[in-house]
Structures are given as structure tokens and as C-alpha cells.
Design a protein around this ligand. Structure first.
Ligand code: HEC
Length: 95
């Protein structure tokens, strides 16, 4: 009983991270957060340039944290999720 609960919980975590379509977060909120907090240093052309540095979802999340640390902005975990989802759906399209 206990063991099968753990197994299905792990399976649930993997199935979420395997499908970008079911990323947690809210695209519309991510877009607003981006416009409010992120365009002072770069606009969204950094995400579409040919040699963009972000290569996968983990890299995207890490880069958002890097950018957060360069600013006074403090992002909640759900706000980071919103930004990841917005940027991924709009530009990167990582699976
Ligand atoms: C203090 C300035 C600053 C702010 C504010 C900032 N960034 Fe950045 N960001 C940078 C710099 C510098 C780079 C690297 C640009 C380069 O490599 O030419 C970068 C790059 C990125 C990249 C990688 C682009 C690529 O090459 O794929 C992402 C993603 C990103 N920022 C997201 C964000 C998000 C989301 C926010 C708002 C929460 C944000 N940034 C706010 C400075 C900032």
C-alpha cells in the first residue's frame, strides 16, 4: 500500500516533466510578469536569436533565476513557473 503510493507519486512527477504542454504555470501571468520585470535589460529578442544560450527547460529555469539575482525583483516559485511556461510556449518550445 505505502510502496505503491510512492511509486505512483514518482510516476506522476515524471509524466509532468516529460510533457511541456502540461507545464505548471499561467502563460498570461508570465507575459505580464515579463513585461513588468524583465524588459529593463533585454527585450524578448534574446530568446529568438540564433545562438540563444538556453537549451532546455532546466536551463531556462536556471537562467530566470540568474536574471532574478541581477535585480531587486524577488520571484515566487509560481511566478517562475509562469515565466518558464510563457517563454517556453512563446519562444523556446522545449519538449
Ligand atoms: C539586470 C538585467 C536583467 C534583467 C532585469 C533580466 N535579465 Fe534576463 N538576461 C540578462 C542578461 C545580461 C542576459 C544574457 C544576455 C546575453 O547573453 O547576451 C540575459 C538572458 C536571459 C535569458 C537567456 C536568453 C537566451 O539566450 O536564451 C533568459 C531566458 C532571460 N534572460 C530571462 C529573463 C527573465 C524571465 C527576466 C525577468 C524575471 C529577466 N531575464 C530579467 C539580464 C537581465
Amino acid at each position: 500500500m505505502h510502496k505503491s503510493f510512492v511509486v505512483s507519486a514518482i510516476a506522476a512527477v515524471f509524466s509532468v516533466s516529460a510533457q511541456a504542454a502540461s507545464l505548471p504555470g499561467d502563460t498570461a501571468s508570465g507575459k505580464k510578469l515579463y513585461q513588468a520585470n524583465c524588459t529593463s535589460c533585454h527585450n524578448d529578442s534574446v530568446h529568438t536569436r540564433k545562438d540563444h544560450t538556453v537549451k532546455n527547460l532546466q536551463g531556462l529555469t536556471d537562467q530566470i533565476h540568474n536574471c532574478e539575482h541581477m535585480t531587486d525583483v524577488k520571484l515566487e516559485k509560481n511566478q517562475v513557473n509562469d515565466l518558464v511556461k510563457y517563454l517556453n510556449e512563446t519562444f523556446y518550445k522545449f519538449k
